[in-house]
Ligand binder design. Structure first.
Ligand SMILES: [Zn+2]
Length: 107
């Protein structure tokens, strides 16, 4: 006889079974850490030959300094776009960012 399935037994179970990669709100510390990291990239590049010159950013489509740019697979993003991307990615929203360069044709 299994009639003792109580209310409380069911109520305690569900929590940990949701692996949903949810959107997260970034803390100020996380945002700052990302900005710091991206600035460090740029500063490092400025001290090297690779940081010299200009390239066309694959996201914003503009001519940008190579210093601080970041390669993501075949794409290279300028420091500003890479910072955006890192913020968005850390927040769990990264999926369509690289696929939808909606800003590229705007102006
Ligand atoms: Zn860019």
């Amino acid at each position: 006889m299994e009639t003792h399935r109580t209310h409380s037994e069911q109520a305690e179970r569900p929590r940990s079974t949701l692996p949903a990669p949810q959107r997260r709100v970034l803390s100020a510390g996380q945002v700052r850490a990302i900005f710091d990291a991206m600035r460090t990239f740029r500063d490092d590049d400025l001290g090297r030959e690779e940081g010299a010159g200009i390239f066309i950013c694959d996201r914003c489509g503009r001519a940008r300094p190579r210093a601080g740019s970041v390669a993501y697979g075949e794409l290279r993003l300028c420091n500003g776009c890479a910072t955006d991307y890192e913020l968005v990615r850390t927040a769990g929203l990264e999926r369509d960012l690289l696929l939808a360069p909606e800003n590229a044709e705007r102006d």
